[in-house]
Ligand binder design. Structure first.
Ligand code: AHG
Ligand code: MN
Ligand code: MN
Ligand code: MN
Length: 363
């Protein structure tokens, strides 16, 4: 389907999306959403670049703690509002969940103010996003990103939530908001990476496509058609300060990679920037294994399933990689609550398979 679209370079994201819509009328409305997302990514790229100027008002902390218990950066809040507005004006979105929102919100302001979720017939999609990933890095000029997942409204909740408003439990409300869907329900996922270049990488379920912002024309241009991650690798990417608290099977495999005694016999090097989007983008292009595993302090690790784990796993799998908790495929996990965390090891197929086999052998 997408091969015809990629016959030439210089294909802008707008042209890519309009040709995809012509070839696949059933997802034409989805391509409208990407218009809003593309604009938001360009705007956030500008904000991040300008945030360090002395005159900037977007520097530093907001002075609030978010639902994650993290000190919110001003840019966390600004980028969250920017994305909500950009998505709202597409008219295709009913509900969204964000790392920076305590609970799922209805994008129409009057409903959001009443903290009600009203599903209008025009609301075709649900969006989940991490507006600024790696935000603790932004004041150091280290790459940050935005992660987005798009679901269709899925009428049947996993639980029969027939409650209304306040009488709903947190889980019933979130299920009613259709935000508790597994990654296998994703119709699209994308990330923007704000780094030496500004990248936009997406999947619609038929491969992973990478675009680079050409600032001379203000357009994302197709630069990485049909990305495929190398099946073997020599780069491990973990916060190794936590190694002593990991599960034993993972400790064994990672030690083998370091010593060159693993399945591939390769001696790995280590690369970790502490922004998931930056670490995963490098992993997609160079090969490698990125992970934020569970440990004795945080059995589910740190990354959030809904707007980090599942969308990034979709992009990774569509590029031929694997993404596992060690014992389960990340995309098959049905969230119980919106901000649920999930242990993740993702990347080059054969190396991630070595981790899966080690967990299976440990029983
Ligand atoms: P966010 O900035 O959206 O809260 O996400 C930060 C995450 C992720 O980007 C990164 O991989 C991880 O935190 C790094 O955590 P550590 O600093 O504990 O290694
Ligand atoms: Mn955060
Ligand atoms: Mn994040
Ligand atoms: Mn974030």
């Amino acid at each position: 389907v997408f091969d015809e679209v990629c016959e030439t370079t210089g294909v802008t994201l707008k042209r890519f999306m309009s040709e995809v819509a012509m070839l696949n009328p059933e997802i034409a409305e989805l391509t409208i959403l990407f218009g809003g997302i593309e604009t938001a990514c360009k705007a956030i790229s500008n904000l991040v670049k300008r945030s360090q100027l002395p005159s900037s008002e977007t520097l530093g902390l907001e002075g609030e703690v978010n639902v994650q218990g993290e000190d919110q950066k001003k840019l966390d809040v600004i980028t969250n509002d920017l994305l909500k507005r950009a998505l709202r004006f597409t008219g295709k979105l009913g509900v969204l969940a964000s790392e920076e929102e305590d609970t799922p919100v209805d994008v129409m302001p009057e409903n959001a103010k009443r903290s009600e979720i009203v599903i209008d017939e025009g609301d075709k999609y649900v969006a989940v996003f991490d507006p600024l990933d790696g935000s603790s890095n932004v004041d150091a000029g280290i790459p940050t990103g935005t992660i987005i997942g798009i679901y269709e409204h899925d009428e049947n909740c996993e639980i029969d939530a027939d409650c209304v408003g306040e009488e709903c439990t947190e889980q019933e409300a979130q299920c009613l908001a259709n935000t508790l869907q597994p990654g296998t329900n994703l119709v699209a996922a994308a990330y923007c990476l704000y780094s030496s270049s500004t990248f936009f990488v997406l999947t619609l379920g038929s491969g992973t496509y990478g675009f680079t912002l050409d600032e001379n024309i203000g357009e994302f241009v197709l630069s990485h058609p049909n990305m495929k991650i190398p099946e073997n690798s020599k780069i491990l990417s973990f916060n190794e300060a936590n190694t002593h608290m990991w599960d034993e099977p993972l400790q064994k495999v990672v030690t083998g990679w370091k010593e060159g005694t693993g399945k591939s016999g390769e001696s790995f090097s280590s690369r970790y920037v502490g922004s998931m989007v930056g670490d995963v983008h490098r992993t997609l292009l160079y090969g490698g294994v990125f992970g934020y595993p569970g440990d004795t302090k945080n059995p589910n690790g740190k990354l959030r399933l809904l707007y980090e784990g599942a969308p990034m796993s979709f992009i990774m799998e569509q590029a031929g990689g694997l993404s596992t908790t060690g014992t389960k495929r990340v995309m098959e996990i049905v969230p119980e609550v919106v901000h649920q965390r999930v242990p993740i090891v993702m990347g080059s197929k054969n190396d991630v398979q070595e981790v899966i086999d080690a967990y299976a052998a440990a029983g």
